[in-house]
Design a protein around this ligand. Sequence first.
Ligand SMILES: [Zn+2]
Length: 441
Amino acid sequence: MQSLAVRFLLLVLAFATPVAAELVDVGRAVDAARRAGLRILDGAHLALATDRPPRAGDGLAEFPAIFDAAVASWCGHFGMAPHDVADWKAFGCLVVDRERFRAAGLLPETLPEFPNGFCDRNRFWLMDQSSPAYRRHLLLHEGVHAFTLTLRDLATPPWYAEGIAEYLAMHRLEAAADGLPRFTPTPLPDSKADVEQLGRIESVRTLRRAGTMPGLVDVFATPPTDHREIAAYAASWAAVACLARHPAHAAAFAACERGPLDATFTDRLAAEPSWDGGRAVRDFDAFTDELDYGFDFARSAIDWAPGRRPVGRETREVDATRGWQNTGLSLVMGGTYAIAASGTVRLGELSAQVGQPMTALESEADGISLRWYRGRPAGRLLAAQWVERPEGGGRPRFVVLATGARCTATAAVDGPLYLKVNEPPGELADNRGAFTVTVTP
Ligand SMILES: [Zn+2]
């Protein structure tokens, strides 16, 4: 029986010192699986043992090739050369009946109870799933754990360990020239079809609507026990996606990832010379506020410049290809401002039916009634401010003050006015044109 002090010390050591991980002997594990009559799917970087009966079209035969392609993309993320991992191999168990693996000595009694998946060094287990896409995602999620635990000695706080596993596992399959499905990473999914039934984006939006989405500081402090909830995975994924891709934070994040992935990871990120913690918190809130399929920081990153008071009537162009645009005009809380917009923008192309010719959708600043986004017509001019303490609670967000070609905005706070054309962030790229907008105090 250990004393409390000794137990505490052991606990600290368990988190602070990555045990020089001795790799699991994949050859021996494969032999044990064969002796137990389990099916083996073998590739360069993965041997997968399963008791799942073969079924036509289940996609399992492609798992090793998909895993090998994923390993190559993970190497790219961490700046490693393929020859650095030439000899690296993981042993995975895709489990229908835990007892068969236990009897074969492939599922130690010492493992904690896990509902979906678990990773120990270069071996991992995943429970079989009814959704082929989720089964594949889980395989790759545990694969990232095996990769980072053994090749990068990962011992970071949980937000990064789980966030990076989600971020690097997200993918879609594309048919290659040889007819076989090809692994294509989609760390920020372009469309629902990329990640069928995964729901990370939906999960962030649900948390946002409920006012329970965590901020970046909360995500950084996520305790390990919280990663039994889908919400914690979605929030950790969102934090990694935002930091890895936002132009203001990507360099600091990448520099930190090239260093040791140890318990000081979050502190070292905060100590990076280019790190701006206050801005990162705000950018993360803006990201989870606006998040949708196809989100692109090049079009939707926010300019937080404070601006100046408007002098008489001010004129601005609102680009239809960008998200929230800072007008550079700082409003006074409670003040009213007349907004008038002219011009027409093109909102991409739409065909009435599959196979029909595409027609360009044109919109004036009142929007079009044909298509709606987040409760308002697409193409409509939106005027908003960033509000740190929005009414009704929840994280800071953009609060829409007024909409349409002629409207009056009452400033919610002292701060800049933001304008944009209402459209999903993933559909901005094919837009054309701008509204000319005047703002008069
Ligand atoms: Zn995990």
